[in-house]
Design a protein around this ligand. Structure first.
Ligand code: NAD
Length: 353
């Protein structure tokens, strides 16, 4: 991206920026663009602003002046409208969502509220905002909805999800994300709202909340706790390093075809048991315990409706936008494990919270 292109979308509203992927995106935007960034987040249990605050303390005054945090819950339509007026965006990147499948099984209602009603309120506010924009800004305006490959359901041993796959969500989380994708597409067809959607595979990297698989394995191992493995551990996920996802998001947000969806995958299919063994081997090498951390892995009852396999055919984003993941799995997982080892104070803070 050249600087003129970056300057075009100079007011950006990021929702869910206090979360894992949104935070990584905002840190990258602060470093690599001159955009004004408005971070809208309700500050839920999985939120943390330490990463952004750390980045801001390393950047100059200008970067600090370009950033504003708005503590707003998208479920509140009035406050969402208010945020739209304050941010007055040229680009909206919508990541805010309840995101943990296990929690959606125990307590689905907050998933419907945030992921469905929250997206609905955002779309309504964006539509009003879009209608008010003058010609030049209207021409360049877009809303980028960040979604998941889980909306497509579960694969068998073969095949890949692509933009042409049918929707078939199987958990309350993926059903709520599928509903939000449909709303975004409907607002495009019915009201002409300029939108793009991305459906990405499982992310990992620094600053991820500790309940997700990879940080859970690292921190349980370090705490000497059992590492629970669902079922027989053969479920497969296609892992993507979060920084590669963020590069893809920036490309799609600025250059993606309006009305299109793009599937984004890491091309790194791994069984859950393989991921656990790889992490334990890295920890064994780094910390040289008496007994391998692998001894802490315990089989537990499988997750209800556990999707067997996700895998992505990323040809569309490869061919149309030239995106490629820059990290291979081994290099990225080592970087991630080392990050957690170097940030144990943050982990302790999150555990206490
Ligand atoms: P996360 O749980 O770490 O962060 C989500 C953030 O959204 C939190 O800070 C939370 O407070 C905020 N939020 C939730 N509901 C809100 C509401 N009603 N109003 C305002 N803020 C709200 O999640 P993440 O892993 O960073 O995922 C971000 C997005 O990317 C989600 O939409 C998710 O579905 C999607 N996604 C995630 C992955 C992954 O592997 N993590 C993969 C593909 C897609």
């Amino acid at each position: 991206m050249n600087s003129i292109e970056l300057y075009k979308n100079k007011r950006v509203l990021v929702t869910g920026g206090a979360g894992f992927i949104g935070g990584t995106l905002i840190r990258k935007l602060l470093k690599s663009t001159n955009w004004n960034i408005f971070n809208l987040d309700k500050l839920g249990y999985a939120s943390d602003l330490d990463g952004i605050n750390q980045e801001l303390s390393n950047l100059d005054q200008c970067a600090n002046e370009r950033y504003e945090f708005l503590k707003i819950d998208l479920v509140n339509s009035e406050m969402t409208n208010y945020a739209m007026k304050v941010a007055d965006p040229d680009l909206i990147i919508h990541l805010a969502a309840e995101s943990h499948v296990d929690r959606s099984i125990v307590s689905p209602s907050s998933f419907l509220e945030s992921n469905v009603m929250g997206t609905f309120n955002l779309l309504q506010a964006a539509r009003e905002h879009f209608d008010r924009l003058q010609d030049e800004r209207k021409k360049n305006f877009r809303l980028h909805h960040v979604s998941t490959d889980e909306v497509y359901g579960s694969l068998g041993k073969n095949g890949y999800f692509s933009e042409a796959s049918c929707y078939g969500p199987r958990s309350p989380y993926s059903a709520s994300k599928a509903a939000s994708d449909h709303l975004v597409n409907a607002w495009h067809s019915t009201y002409g709202l300029p939108v793009v959607i991305t459906n990405c595979s499982n992310n990992f990297g620094p600053w991820q909340f500790l309940e997700k698989l990879i940080p859970m394995v690292i921190t349980n191992a370090l705490g000497g706790k059992d590492i629970p493995l669902y079922g027989d551990g053969t479920n497969v996920r296609d892992w993507l390093f979060v920084e590669d996802h963020v590069d893809a998001l920036m490309l799609v947000a600025t250059k993606g075809r309006l009305g299109s969806s793009y599937c984004i995958g890491g091309g790194a299919e791994k069984k859950n048991i393989e991921v656990m063994n790889i992490i334990c081997s890295i920890l064994d090498l780094r910390l040289k315990p008496n007994k391998s951390y692998k001894n802490l892995i315990r089989n537990v009852n499988d997750r209800p409706g556990h999707d067997y396999r996700y895998a992505i055919d990323s040809s569309l984003i490869f061919n149309e936008l030239g995106w490629r993941p820059n990290h291979n799995f081994q290099e990225a997982i080592e970087k991630t494990v080392d990050w957690y080892l170097n940030n144990l104070e943050w982990c302790k803070k999150i555990i206490q919270k």
